[in-house]
Design a binder for this molecule. Structure first.
Ligand SMILES: C[S@@+](CC[C@H](N)C(=O)[O-])C[C@H]1O[C@@H](n2cnc3c(N)ncnc32)[C@H](O)[C@@H]1O
Length: 206
């Protein structure tokens, strides 16, 4: 992971995201802010969400693709998908995926799960109907995005699937999503380039 993302730390992600906003004049787009968990937190989140052999992992708003690739590396999920709205971030994620696959192949290591990265709007262009684990780093998603996202998750996610939300909790409309795991579904997680932890909420669809 470190080699694949050697020139793509969190600041690089922020810089790319900002250039991308400016290019498209998405000035009020607080939901396009970039951030990422540190590797330890990514692994904690994945361990707690649980990977079923042959299952599907989806990151809605996948940024540089770090969470998707971290989920794919152990090769337990059959497929790990990410959808990212900013083309420049998406392109960097595709490059990092290529670097990671080449690195693994060069070392004779087994390939990870199938990784699919799409550039598009998570609310309209990515289904989570087949997902076992859905991850959403929602820190900067404004209320209207959260409301549309909750509707989508309620309509599409199947029973038994897990949802991981960073920084946001589900509103009352999602009564059949119940807290999952220790501490009533709560985990404090570290982010890169910051001494501040974020709140992470785990749910399972009953
Ligand atoms: C906080 S970053 C998280 C990146 C990644 N999930 C991770 O954990 O490393 C949130 C990402 O969501 C993207 N985003 C915001 N709104 C989106 C939308 N409607 N569709 C797809 N991506 C979106 C942003 O551009 C940003 O890259």
């Amino acid at each position: 992971m470190e080699r694949a993302f050697s020139d793509l730390d969190r600041d690089a992600g922020l810089e790319i995201a900002e250039r991308s906003h400016q290019a498209r004049q998405r000035v009020q787009g607080s939901s396009y802010f970039y951030g990422e968990l540190d590797l330890k937190a990514q692994l904690e989140v994945l361990a707690r969400a649980g990977a079923r052999k042959g299952g599907v992992f989806v990151d809605l708003g996948s940024g540089l693709g770090k969470m998707v690739l971290a989920a794919a590396l152990p090769g337990v999920f059959s497929e790990c998908r990410g959808v990212e709205i900013l083309p420049e971030l998406h392109e960097s994620a595709v490059k990092a995926r290529g670097a990671l696959l080449a690195d693994l192949a060069g070392r004779g290591l087994p390939p990870p799960s199938e990784v699919s990265l799409r550039c598009g709007d998570m609310l309209r262009e990515e289904s989570v109907a087949d997902a076992d684990v859905v991850f959403v780093f929602a820190t900067c998603f404004p209320p209207e995005v959260m409301s549309s996202l909750e509707t989508k998750l309620s309509e599409e996610m199947r029973r038994g699937a897990r949802l991981v939300l960073v920084s946001k909790q589900l509103a009352g409309c999602c009564a059949d999503f119940v807290p999952f795991g220790d501490n009533n579904g709560y985990l404090s997680v570290g982010q890169t380039h910051s001494k501040w932890n974020l709140d992470c909420f785990f749910y399972v669809r009953a």
